[in-house]
Design a protein around this ligand. Structure first.
Ligand code: PAF
Length: 284
């Protein structure tokens, strides 16, 4: 595995890969790597890509400064995990290169309306502007590529798909399935902040999604079931909605198809999000 930090070396490496006839696969991360990130690398390796992983803790997507300062940093472990997973080029750009004016605002922002506004957009104002801006910059340096992102952050993938499409990036966005611990909890770098009892309570989240994925439901029954299971588990709910997977608009009553359930709860002061598919029917 090679490692670089300059945007120029990174750009040149990707250009050389494309000249040799291979495709670049980009796995963007903020470090604190876990098996979820490794699964994205594996998807890129399986597709035959030359795999670039970026590690950059992007301050522009943290609306809460405390969240930024407590974000885990494990650089040595990250390099080991990246190499073992099959990364070919590890890029760790500096803050100076990514956002030279920081902490002054950067004049240019990529803002996606619609899909970025509800759910996480409402709970974390400015978050998706930061995400879209940084991913746009990572893609600009990388050039034409396949982009691997985890479905765990379902709304984030929808936001990225939207600007990639609208701005004409030569990028194939691949959403990869959420990786879960054996007990069902979706992997997230936030999980390490949960207490042991908090973690047990949090399992209700993946359990209810599993139950809802098994059967056919009306949108109303989905909402009702989510609310009652999560309140029984004493998990304060931030949102629980069943939506159209592409636009994230509420699933219309009376229409049939495969929707997506998006849920956010708070456990031990930690926000946990999860999502899963559901088959929707009209009902009696
Ligand atoms: O999901 C993440 O880790 C980040 O939001 C991303 C996509 C790397 C952008 O900073």
């Amino acid at each position: 595995m090679e490692s670089v930090s300059s945007l120029e070396e990174w750009r040149r490496w990707c250009e050389a890969v494309r000249r040799s006839g291979r495709t670049v696969g980009l796995v963007p991360t903020m470090g604190a790597l876990h098996a979820g990130h490794s699964s994205l690398v594996r998807a890129a390796v399986d597709a035959g890509d030359a795999v670039v992983m970026s590690i950059f803790v992007n301050p522009r997507q943290f609306e809460d400064v405390g969240d930024l300062s407590s974000y885990p940093s494990t650089p040595e472990e990250d390099a080991t995990v990246a190499e073992a997973s099959g990364v070919d080029l590890l890029v760790r750009p500096s803050l100076r290169q990514m956002w030279p004016r920081y902490p002054e605002p950067t004049p240019t922002t990529v803002r996606v309306s619609g899909v970025s506004e509800p759910f996480e957009g409402e709970a974390r104002p400015g978050h998706f502007d930061g995400v879209a801006s940084v991913v746009a910059k990572l893609l600009t340096v990388t050039g034409p590529c396949r982009l691997y992102m985890g479905e765990k952050d379902f709304q984030q993938v929808a936001v990225v798909r939207q600007f990639v499409d609208d701005l004409g990036f030569a990028v194939d966005v691949r959403a990869c399935p959420t990786v879960r611990d054996e007990d069902g909890l979706a992997l997230s770098s936030r999980n390490r902040r949960l207490s042991a009892p908090g973690r047990v309570r949090a399992l209700a989240l993946s359990r209810v999604l599993q139950i809802l994925a098994r059967d056919e439901w009306t949108p109303g029954a989905v909402r009702q079931h989510l609310r009652s299971v999560l309140s029984e588990a004493d998990l304060p709910l931030e949102y629980a909605e069943v939506v159209r997977p592409d636009t994230l608009e509420p699933w219309p009553d009376g229409s049939e198809g495969v929707g997506r359930i998006l849920v956010a709860v708070r456990v031990d002061g930690v926000r946990l999000i999860d999502n899963g598919p559901v088959i929707l029917v009209k009902g009696a």
